[in-house]
Write a protein that binds this ligand. Structure first.
Ligand code: AMP
Ligand code: MG
Length: 340
């Protein structure tokens, strides 16, 4: 299949491709998504094939506004609208009870569905024009780091899907926050662009699923099927350094090999560069927004090198740090060196 490369001018073309059962790479503020008509089971099945995604990992339905929630969800609680009023369009996915009309292939057979209204002008225009909800996971090959540019999407999906729409680099850079509103208290299933602290301002108490901070144990049943899979991983093994960044840099100076890859805070790049090391800048130690924007590009870019091992400095869990740390820890299979 020849993949077409579309621009922000081609909203109508992208919407028509989706309506006719095609797969389209769509830009969002979080990461690029791989979209299909969410009411067309055959089209949605092709998402799983193109990504090599396990069938039991459900997708998120993308809609142009909160007015669409009742079409696909029932028993929508007032908290849902409190959240959409504050955070939509934006990087927040709500898990709600689904209506029968949502195809099983979208929800992987669950009786809940993930709903999101993305904050990207081109994709919102595509959703409006398509007049269908668009089912989409991140646009990467399953297991690889999520795409944050149209070029990343091309790397993984060229020749496999009908089109990719270039909407520029993603403004947030990590996926949406997922909060389950079908349990009490509401539960954070995935940290993302909306912080835990922001959710708590609206919801009060929010439980944090244990899979956010550690590896699932054998036999443990995940609340969200996606939680059990290895994720975001470059080919070389990753070790994460948490704790005091100064101590982390000192540890790396001593322990990183001469050909290893390093993702470090901006402040330490010069100090850690040397030999054939590949050193990538995660952004300033205090700028978690920048770290979120860069983390997937950094992880992904090592696959164009021959580094035998990768080390990554990791921010603390406050604010967007929880999402950045979660992606790095998953890429590392929770292989963490803690420096206190
Ligand atoms: P991705 O953004 O590529 O990770 O794909 C969508 C994410 O949403 C996956 O992590 C899914 O596990 C999660 N998700 C989608 N629907 C549900 C649901 N009904 N319940 C829990 N998690 C969900
Ligand atoms: Mg994904």
């Amino acid at each position: 299949m020849e993949t077409r490369y579309l621009t922000s001018e081609d909203v109508r073309t992208a919407a028509d491709l989706l309506r006719r059962g095609g797969l389209v790479g769509i830009p969002t503020e979080t990461v690029y998504g791989l979209g299909a008509n969410g009411l067309d089971p055959e089209a949605v099945k092709r998402i799983f094939e193109a990504k090599g995604r396990p069938q039991d990992n459900p997708l998120i339905l993308h809609v142009p506004s909160a007015d669409w929630l009742e079409r696909y969800c029932r028993d929508v609680p007032p908290e849902a609208y409190a959240l959409t009023d504050r955070f939509w369009p934006g990087p927040l996915t709500l898990i709600l009870p689904r209506r029968e009309m949502v195809p099983d292939v979208v929800t992987a057979g669950l009786d809940t569905v993930g709903m999101r209204c993305p904050d990207h002008p081109v994709t919102r225009a595509i959703l409006e024009a398509a007049e269908v909800p668009v089912a989409a996971p991140s646009g990467n090959t399953s297991g690889r780091p999520s795409p944050t540019t149209a070029e990343h999407m091309r790397e993984d999906m060229d020749g496999k899907i009908e089109a990719i729409v270039d909407g520029g680099p993603c403004r947030v850079g990590v996926e949406s926050t997922i909060v389950d509103l079908t349990v009490s208290p509401p539960r954070l299933l995935r940290p993302g662009g909306v912080t835990l602290e922001e959710l708590e301002e609206v919801l009060g108490e929010v439980a944090v699923d244990s899979a956010v901070r550690r590896l699932m144990r054998d036999g443990e049943r995940p609340r969200a099927p996606g939680m059990k899979y290895r994720h975001y991983a470059p080919k070389a093994p990753v070790t994460v350094l948490t704790g005091d960044p100064e101590k982390g840099a000192a540890y790396l100076a001593e322990h990183a090999g001469p050909r290893d890859g390093i993702i470090c805070f901006h402040e330490y790049c010069a100090r850690l560069t040397g030999g054939e090391r590949v050193v990538l800048d995660l952004g300033p130690a205090e700028d978690k927004g920048e770290q979120a924007r860069r983390v997937f590009d950094a992880l992904r870019s090592f696959d164009h090198t021959r580094v035998p091992a990768i080390w990554a400095q990791c921010p603390d869990a406050a604010g967007l740090g929880l999402a950045v740390a979660n992606r790095l820890n998953k890429a590392a299979g929770f292989h963490i060196v803690e420096l206190i």
